[in-house]
Design a binder for this molecule. Structure first.
Ligand SMILES: [Zn+2]
Length: 441
């Protein structure tokens, strides 16, 4: 009996300590999207997924109490028909019934200034007749700070490492050259506005294969690219690069393995909590996520392949689909790139040359970037820049501004900013008017 009481007390205690409340709800809309901002009393633990027919956004906030959810009724929005809420475990499930086939996304913002923790729900899709001015009015009314548009996260995985050197030939070791190429690739993404790189290893350490996609998932990666070098000692004439995409078979076998293990399923599909849905629904959700990951892998892979073709010799002319362990994330578009054959003397030489490494990194970078510039994920800086492409605004030079700072702020190179404004030098003066793209963060 004492034990039972302790258990009950512990459960109650755990629930009450971590529970957060909904403090207020704001919503605004324009022609392109609707935004709902939930102001919360603490950091939300959440996951979300979309369902079709009818179109719904399901948002689970695992630590949100159901106490004040009636304020959700105040949302008046043409894209959101209504919001239903219910208790779920120690938290709440919110279901947004959408009035059309809209994309949606959810992200958290930490406390800033007088704003508490927030959860932002964006529902994106054109609605004719929606007044474009609505959002502006509401923004100035409530002084919501501009939402930080997130970076596209590219996880870069240098193959092998530590006790596993990979292939080696002519004094060139795979784990070393792939790390060098990966670092060059990471630098390119880091210096590109709107992108962020995460390396699965940045030194000579051993990481088991299955941990590599996991590191990417934990970093919230939009894309995973594994860098390797091949070896084929039987025929030392074989040379060139090869590009492999996430394969249906690989993803499928991983998917079924994951489906058998509920714990793993939580990791999947952008952290969708699949604990409570039945097996069929789970299968459908995971399949949707997997099919889109494969489609994106292939599209980006074709891009990388064509850039690599321009940069040098390609061993496999077509995109390969292979059942590599690192290419089995059913939810993250993934590529594996064999940068060349160390068993071939000229490839080995090429892969150890810093100039050639830079060329390979540039080709991979351009290929992946081209895909994302065409189809950027919602709520990213790149998506926003694309939506506002060609739109310009005038800014005034303030005290302490430099031209290169202004360029960085608006996602331009210094040269592009100078060209846009017909400037010959880097000298600017206080109060000077400059044209910039509508794409500040
Ligand atoms: Zn390898």
């Amino acid at each position: 009996m004492i034990r039972l009481l302790t258990t009950i007390f512990a459960a109650f205690f755990a629930a009450s300590v971590h529970a957060i409340d909904l403090k207020s709800v704001r919503s605004s809309a324009d022609q392109d999207s609707s935004r709902v901002v939930l102001e919360l009393s603490g950091k939300p633990k959440f996951s979300h997924f979309n369902l079709n027919n009818p179109s719904r956004l399901v948002l689970d906030i695992n630590n949100l109490s159901t106490r004040t959810l009636q304020s959700l009724d105040s949302i008046d929005d043409s894209r959101i028909k209504r919001v239903r809420s219910s208790a779920r475990g120690n938290g709440s499930r919110l279901v947004f019934d959408l009035s059309g086939d809209y994309r949606s996304n959810v992200f958290a913002l930490g406390p800033k200034g007088r704003y508490p923790d927030r959860l932002v729900i964006d529902v994106v899709g054109y609605v004719a007749g929606e007044k474009a001015s609505v959002r502006t009015t509401s923004v100035s009314d409530t002084a919501e700070p501009p939402v930080e548009k997130r970076d596209i996260v590219v996880a870069i995985d240098p193959g092998h490492g530590g006790k596993d050197p990979g292939a080696s030939s002519y004094g060139v070791v795979e784990k070393k050259v792939v790390l060098q190429i990966a670092k060059r690739l990471a630098r390119r993404f880091q210096s590109e506005p709107g992108y962020r790189a995460v390396l699965t290893r940045d030194d000579d350490r051993f990481i088991v294969l299955k941990d590599r996609p996991r590191i990417a998932r934990e970093a919230g990666a939009d894309f995973f690219v594994s860098i390797h070098a091949d070896s084929f000692p039987k025929n030392r004439n074989v040379r060139g690069t090869g590009v492999y995409a996430l394969s249906l078979r690989g993803a499928n076998s991983e998917l079924s393995r994951w489906l058998q293990n509920t714990e793993n399923a939580d990791d999947l599909a952008g952290g969708v909590d699949l604990g409570d849905v039945d097996n069929d629904t789970r299968q459908v959700l995971l399949n949707m996520s997997m099919e889109s990951a494969i489609r994106i892998s292939k599209q980006a892979g074709e891009g990388v392949l064509s850039d690599l073709k321009d940069a040098g010799r390609v061993h496999k002319k077509h995109l390969g689909l292979a059942n590599f362990v690192v290419l089995r994330s059913p939810d993250i578009p993934s590529l594996l790139i064999e940068t060349g054959f160390l068993s071939n003397r000229s490839d080995a030489k090429r892969l150890s040359s810093s100039r050639e490494q830079e060329k390979i990194a540039a080709a991979i970078f351009e290929g992946i970037k081209r895909y994302f510039e065409k189809s950027p994920p919602a709520n990213t800086f790149v998506a926003w820049r694309k939506q506002n492409a060609g739109k310009r605004m005038t800014i005034e030079v303030k005290r302490g501004d430099t031209l290169s700072e202004i360029a960085a702020r608006y996602g331009l190179s210094l040269q592009a900013l100078k060209e846009l404004n017909g400037l010959e030098t880097n000298v600017i003066h206080l109060g000077q008017k400059l044209e910039v793209p509508v794409s500040s963060r």
